[in-house]
Design a protein around this ligand. Structure first.
Ligand code: PHE
Length: 461
C-alpha cells in the first residue's frame, strides 16, 4: 500500500502547532492527576517543586524531542534511524510506539469515565458519590461502551490528517477548554469559604516534602508535557525549517503549566469550601468533586461543564498518543493514514479491554496486590493502576532517559543545538546554549535515572 500523500504533511502555522502540542500536553494529567498529586503531597510545596522540575529538566528535554523530530521529519523510530541507522537505538523508538499504544489503551478508559459523567447521571442516586463511582466503573457495559466511543472519536480525528484532523480539532477545542476552565474557576473561588483552599494550594508547607514528593513531581511534569514517548518528536516532525523551536516549545510548556495551575484553582477552593478532603488520591475528581457540585448553587451545570472540559482535554491528548503509532505505521510501514488509524486504534481497544474491566467488573483483574505492592500503587491496585505505573511512569522515565542520552551524546548536543538555532527569532543565545547542553547531557539523564530507580524500588518492593 502506498502512503496516502507522497508529501509529508505540515502544520499550517505556528498557532496550529502550538495549539495541537498544547492539546497533547494538556489532558487528564493536568486536570485529574496534577490536583490529586498536589493534594496528596502537601499542596503549594509540591507545586513549587513541580515548577522547578519543569524549568530545569522538562523544558530543556522538550526542546531535544522537538529538535530530533524536526531535523528528521520522521516518527520516533524513523527519527532515530535517520541519525544512527541500524543500531539498537532504534529500539528506543520502538519503546515510544509501544508506550503510545499502551498509554492510549488505559487513558481512553479514564476519559470514557469523564464522558460517562456527562451523558449519564452517575451520582444522581441516593448513595454516597464514592459508592456511585465504584458502581459505575464496575459496570462493564457502560465502561466499555464509553471507552469504545471515546477511542472511535480519537481515531476519526487522527484519520483526518495533520491539518484537517488534529490541527483543526485543536483550534476549535482548545479555546473552548480555556473558557470552560475560567467559568469553573469563577464559580469555585466565589464560594464562601474558598480562601482556605487557596491557602492550602498557594502557601507551601515544606514540612511535607520528602524524597518521594520530588519523585512524584518530576514524574508528573514529564507525563504532563507528554514527554518520554515521542509525542513531541512526532509533532515536531510536522514543523517546517523556519519555525523557531525554542519559542514555540516554550509556549507549549507555558500553556500546559498555566492550565495545570488553573486546575488547582478550580478544585481546591471548591473542595475546601465544601469541607472535603483534598488528599483523596485518584478519586478526587470523580468522587469528591461531584459531592462538591451537588452541594453548591448551580452545581449540576458547573459539574457538566467540568466533565465536558475534562473529556475535551483528554481527547486532544489521546489524539497525540495515537498519532505516534500512526506516524510510525505511515512512515516506516507505508500504511495509509486511514488504515493505520483504524488498525492502531482497534488494537488499543483490544489492549484496553482488560484495563476497562479491571475496576470491579472482573475481580481477577481488579486486585493485583498479589503481584505488585508498594506505596504508589495503593493497597489494591487493579490492572489499570498497574498499566499507569508501568507505562505512564516507568516507560516514560525510561524513554526520557534513553532519548536524552541519545540526543546529548549520540546525535551530539552540538548538532542538536544547531537544529534548535535554526529558525527565525530568539534561539538560545548567550549562556542559554551551554546551559541547555549541560541540562541535556548531564542533568536530565542523571536525575531521571535516580527517579527511575527510586520509583521502581519504592513501588515494587
Ligand atoms: N500529557 C498528557 C496529559 O497531561 C498525557 C500524555 C502523556 C499524552 C504522554 C501523550 C503522551 O494528560
Amino acid at each position: 500500500m502506498a502512503p496516502s500523500s507522497p508529501q509529508r504533511e505540515q502544520w499550517s502555522s505556528r498557532l496550529g502547532f502550538v495549539l495541537a502540542a498544547a492539546g497533547s500536553a494538556i489532558g487528564l494529567g493536568n486536570i485529574w492527576r496534577f490536583p490529586f498529586k498536589a493534594g496528596d503531597n502537601g499542596g503549594g510545596a509540591f507545586v513549587l517543586i513541580y515548577l522547578a522540575c519543569l524549568l530545569f529538566l522538562c523544558v530543556p528535554y522538550l526542546f531535544a524531542e522537538l529538535a530530533l523530530g524536526r531535523k528528521s521529519q520522521k516518527n520516533p523510530v524513523g527519527a532515530i534511524r535517520a541519525i544512527r541507522a541500524r543500531t539498537p537505538w532504534s529500539l528506543v523508538g520502538g519503546l515510544c510506539v509501544l508506550a503510545g499504544l499502551a498509554i492510549l489503551s488505559y487513558y481512553a478508559v479514564v476519559a470514557g469515565w469523564a464522558v460517562g459523567y456527562i451523558v449519564h447521571d452517575v451520582t444522581a442516586a441516593a448513595e454516597p458519590s464514592s459508592a456511585a463511582f465504584e458502581r459505575f466503573i464496575a459496570d462493564p457495559v457502560w465502561v466499555v461502551l464509553l471507552f469504545g466511543a471515546f477511542l472511535f472519536t480519537t481515531i476519526g480525528v487522527v484519520a483526518g490528517g495533520v491539518q484537517r484532523g488534529i490541527e483543526r480539532c485543536a483550534k476549535i477545542l482548545m479555546p473552548v477548554l480555556f473558557v470552560l476552565i475560567c467559568l469553573v474557576i469563577f464559580r469555585a473561588v466565589t464560594l464562601p469559604g474558598a480562601s482556605a483552599g487557596l491557602d492550602f494550594y498557594l502557601n507551601p508547607d515544606f514540612s511535607k516534602v520528602t524524597g518521594l514528593v520530588v519523585v512524584e513531581a518530576l514524574g508528573q511534569a514529564f507525563f504532563s508535557l507528554s514527554l518520554g514517548m515521542g509525542a513531541m518528536i512526532t509533532y515536531g516532525s510536522y514543523l517546517p525549517d523556519n519555525e523557531n523551536l525554542v519559542v514555540s516549545g516554550s509556549y507549549v510548556a507555558l500553556f500546559d503549566t498555566v492550565v495545570a495551575l488553573m486546575a488547582g484553582l478550580m478544585i481546591f477552593p471548591a473542595v475546601f469550601a465544601m469541607g472535603q478532603n483534598p488528599a483523596e488520591g485518584p478519586a478526587l475528581v470523580f468522587v469528591v468533586l461531584p459531592e462538591v457540585f451537588g452541594a453548591m448553587p448551580l452545581g449540576s451545570f458547573v459539574g457538566l461543564l467540568f466533565f465536558l472540559l475534562l473529556a475535551i482535554a483528554a481527547l486532544t491528548s489521546s489524539i497525540s498518543l495515537l498519532e505516534v503509532v500512526v506516524s510510525y505505521l505511515v512512515d516506516e510501514r507505508a500504511w495509509t493514514r486511514r488504515t493505520a488509524a483504524w488498525g492502531a486504534g482497534g488494537l488499543a481497544f483490544l489492549l484496553g479491554l482488560p484495563s476497562a474491566l479491571s475496576q470491579g467488573a472482573v475481580p481477577a483483574l481488579s486486585d493485583l496486590s498479589w503481584l505488585v505492592g508498594g506505596h504508589l500503587l495503593g493497597p489494591r491496585p487493579g490492572l489499570l493502576d498497574v498499566m499507569d505505573f508501568l507505562w505512564g511512569s516507568v516507560a516514560l522515565a525510561l524513554g526520557a532517559l534513553l532519548l536524552s542520552l541519545f540526543v546529548g551524546w549520540v546525535w551530539g548536543s552540538d548538532n542538536a543545538l544547531r537544529e534548535l538555532r535554526t529558525g527565525r527569532g530568539y534561539t538560545l543565545g548567550g549562556l542559554a546554549g551551554p546551559a541547555w547542553r549541560i541540562a541535556i547531557k548531564y542533568l536530565c539523564p542523571l536525575t531521571i535515572l535516580v527517579v527511575l530507580v527510586f520509583d521502581v524500588l519504592y513501588d515494587v518492593l
